[in-house]
Each structure stands twice: as C-alpha cells, then as structure tokens.
Unconditional design. Sequence first.
Length: 127
Amino acid sequence: MANVIFLHTNLANTAWLLLFILGLWGAWRAIRGEGVDGSYLGALAIAQMLIWVQSVLGVIYWSQFGMLSVPRPWVHWLYGLFGAVFIPAMYFAVLKGDDSNRGQWVMSFACFFMFGIALRGISTAVY
C-alpha cells in the first residue's frame, strides 16, 4: 500500500505543476489572441486524466485504510471531487465548446484556479 501512497502523493505534485504550466500556456495563447485548439484541449485532457487516476488511487487507499492519516478527511475529499469535475464543467457547461479567445482566457484562469485547488487539497492531507 506504500506504493499507492507514493503514487497518490507524486501524482498530486505532477497535477499542480501541470495545471500551473497549462495556465501559463493558456494565458500566453490568450494574450496573443489565439483561441482554444486541439493541442491545448489535448493537454487539458491529459491533466484531467491525471486527476482522475489520482482520485482512483485515493479511493483505493481510503477503502483499505480509511482516512486516519489525513487530519481533515472530508475537506480532502471535497477538493478531490471538485478537481475531478471542474475543468470539464467549465468547458462543456460554461463555455459550451466555445473555442474563441474568450474561451482561451476562461480555460487559462480555470487552470490557475485548479492549480490553487490542487495545492489546497495537498495542504489538507499534511499534518
């Protein structure tokens, strides 16, 4: 089970770093007047899959050991569930597939917001 914790912890670090990079890349594209394209959406899909894999590993750990090692377990779960749905919800429900420059700005800020949520989720799991 130590491998699950190792993967869950390191995927969390990978997720916040990737979200920050996607936020920077999205802001750069938006400043240049570009819209959302396949490359950016593909990178967002990779980030979202990473978050889902991390969520599955968290559920596996929780089902085996409970949340005894996490000081605020329900807050940690809340951040995890929010992270699993936020970026797809922004793209499909808020933007409705808009790939204009406005959509690029929204997705860039969504990545920066998720960057903060990822860091906050990590901080709720550390004593």
